[in-house]
Design a protein around this ligand. Structure first.
Ligand SMILES: Cc1cc2nc3c(=O)[nH]c(=O)nc-3n(C[C@H](O)[C@H](O)[C@H](O)COP(=O)(O)O)c2cc1C
Length: 404
């Protein structure tokens, strides 16, 4: 489906080479001050042609707000937004009239629908993600103004080059696996302090300069070899209230994984300690409770990644998304045509040698939509419950004790 969310519903439309792409956003609260500039800032971080590390396709991606607000204030009615496609070059794709691109979506779209867009990736193209970024920026504005929630993504690896603070010395010696911490202190500090300004200082969007320079060289090497390379994006969500997530099928991390794996080219998702957490004993992995300064309960560590039982616990949520190397490469590849005739495809067209620098605002947008949706659901539950007369007859074990 092209719709995501329940209380905050985003429907996107558009293909890579049609007249325009866009979104309808239903469920945005009324009274939110919103200007095109609030949206454009994220679209500019996603747009192609930002640096020589991305596709040279030249799209301004100027957002046109069509409905749902007046005098810069949302009305609570559906918000319609439009982004024109301006730099289409359908002739770039003539080889792919004959060849389905290996590991792209040409074959599966044709199998599924029996017809496909005549050029480019059509609906499967990451062009569609501009509409998500615009919709996500609206959610993000509400989350920031109403709750001070911050969502910041950054590039954590390109190929085999990892941001060093994410790598922890991992021993294969199973006698000593209790000496291994799932994530380093340095990495946790980075999650607590990282800002978008720091992320945007380098065109790779990796906030560790030396690693970023190595990543840049790796991407340039892939580009010069007419090849491509994958990478990972890490994202942190700070200042989240507790109680978000709808057990059992719409757990917070399940919605997040759904959102992230709907982004084109994604291959993996992990939250908190993730797959590394599977390598350590429970005594190392458990997040012990402590009393916070305000008297509430917090946790000493946060290997859970801010979610337990599918519900946020007020600690930071952090997760990582794996992106494959983009499929369209100009290097000749032995493959077969649609009719099965063996041949060689050297794709023309303008393509990203590595998607992760441009994926940053997309990850942030999808995370914003998930938080917004689950927040509105929880707020409506709490508002409905608050209208009932207070209950004083429950045993003490069934309710939270007062703060000390
Ligand atoms: C920001 C971004 C840019 C992308 N650019 C390209 C590209 O230039 N060339 C390409 O083949 N794939 C690109 N992709 C990935 C394809 O859209 C994706 O691999 C394709 O639709 C098949 O879907 P799948 O990889 O999810 O199976 C990009 C993805 C993202 C997130």
């Amino acid at each position: 489906m092209s719709t995501f969310g329940t209380a905050f519903r985003v429907t996107t439309f558009g293909e890579s080479h049609c007249a325009s792409i866009g979104a309808i956003i239903d469920g945005c609260p009324p009274g939110l001050q919103l200007s095109p500039a609030d949206i454009q800032v994220q679209l500019n971080r996603r747009r192609p042609g930002q640096s020589d590390l991305t596709t040279p396709r030249n799209e301004k991606d100027a957002v046109l707000l069509q409905s749902g607000l007046e005098h810069g204030v949302t009305l609570g009615t559906p918000i319609g937004l439009l982004i024109r496609n301006e730099d289409q070059r359908p002739h770039d794709y003539s080889e792919t009239d004959l060849y389905p691109r290996p590991s792209h979506a040409d074959f599966t779209y044709l199998e599924k629908y029996g017809v496909k867009a005549s050029s480019g990736g059509g609906r499967s193209s990451a062009r569609e993600t501009a509409a998500r970024v615009a919709a996500g920026a609206i959610a993000e504005r509400y989350l920031k103004l109403a709750h001070g929630i911050e969502i910041i993504a950054f590039v954590s690896s390109v190929g085999k080059i990892h941001i060093p603070v994410a790598a922890v010395s991992s021993s294969e010696d199973d006698e000593n696996d209790d000496a291994v911490e799932p994530l380093s202190d340095e990495f946790r500090k980075l999650l607590a302090s990282i800002s978008r300004e720091e992320v945007d200082k380098h065109p790779t969007r990796c906030p560790h300069f030396e690693t970023a320079e190595r990543m840049k060289k790796r991407i340039v090497r892939a580009k010069e070899a007419l090849d491509s390379i994958g990478g990972t994006v890490t994202c942190v969500i700070r200042n989240l209230p507790s109680g978000l997530g709808e057990p059992v099928f719409d757990k917070f991390e399940a919605k997040l994984a759904h959102a992230m794996l709907s982004i084109p080219a994604t291959k993996g998702f992990e939250i908190g300690s993730g797959f590394r957490g599977a390598e350590v004993p429970g005594s190392k992995h458990n997040d012990a409770f402590v009393r916070r300064a305000d008297g509430s309960l917090g946790t000493e560590t946060n290997w859970s990644g801010g979610v337990q039982g599918g519900i946020t616990n007020r600690e930071d949520v952090y997760f990582r998304v794996g992106f494959k190397p983009p499929a369209t490469i100009s290097q000749a590849q032995a493959t077969a045509q649609y009719d099965g005739t063996p041949g060689s495809l050297a794709a023309r067209g303008r393509h990203d040698p590595c998607v992760v620098p441009r994926a940053i605002p997309i990850v942030e947008a999808m995370a914003s939509m998930v938080v917004m949706d689950l927040l509105l659901i929880q707020k409506s539950r709490q508002a409905a419950a608050s209208l009932l007369p207070p209950i004083t007859t429950l045993p003490a074990t069934m309710v939270m004790p007062p703060k000390v």
